[in-house]
Design a protein around this ligand. Structure first.
Ligand code: ZN
Length: 181
């Protein structure tokens, strides 16, 4: 039975209780203006004009018997190419499989295919939930394709390792600040 409801933003519930929705097998989909998402905006180089579309499917996983949320997201974000330092639009999206757990210990014992969602026992704002997931799938680094990047012949040092990329980011950030004005 497909309980997916396509809802306009105004019809989306303001808060959700993921565990309750998983028990009844509910699905929600919709979109938010990126302008509304302050934490995502803080990481962007320019005002995002678009929206993030999402689809959330709450269910009980047949195999593991865990209560789960499958999160699908899609957005176009203004970022900066870390090779040429020019602005670019980066398509961002992905599917995150989350399992609802009640504490850190349960989170650590989850099968590898699940990201933990630690239940707080209270309802959460749907917008915050979607924003958390978008932050999770956002790339730390954006790059033009080899053919379109004006600096394609320049080597990039940070091809491997998230930590290393994270270390490189602050410098890129400084350069971008200078470029802005
Ligand atoms: Zn580039």
């Amino acid at each position: 039975m497909d309980t997916l409801c396509r809802l306009m933003p105004s019809e989306l519930p303001e808060t959700i209780d993921p565990m309750r929705l998983a028990k009844i097998g509910k699905a929600l989909s919709g979109s938010y203006d990126l302008h509304q998402l302050a934490r995502v905006n803080a990481l962007l180089e320019a005002d995002p004009g678009g929206q993030v579309s999402f689809r959330l499917k709450f269910s009980r996983d047949d195999e593991s018997r865990l209560f789960c949320v499958v999160v699908e997201l899609e957005a176009m974000l203004p970022m900066v190419c870390q090779r040429c330092l020019q602005p670019m639009q980066r398509q961002v999206g992905g599917i995150v499989n989350m399992a609802i757990v009640s504490n850190e210990a349960e989170a650590e014992s989850l099968p590898a295919q699940f990201e933990p969602y630690i239940e707080s026992g209270v309802s959460v704002k749907l917008q915050d939930f979607v924003e958390d997931e978008l932050l999770l799938v956002m790339p730390l680094v954006a790059l033009h394709g080899e053919k379109t990047c004006p600096a394609a012949d320049k080597p990039i040092e940070n091809k491997s390792g998230r930590e290393r990329i994270a270390k490189v980011n602050p410098f890129a950030e400084l350069k971008n600040l200078k470029l802005r004005k």
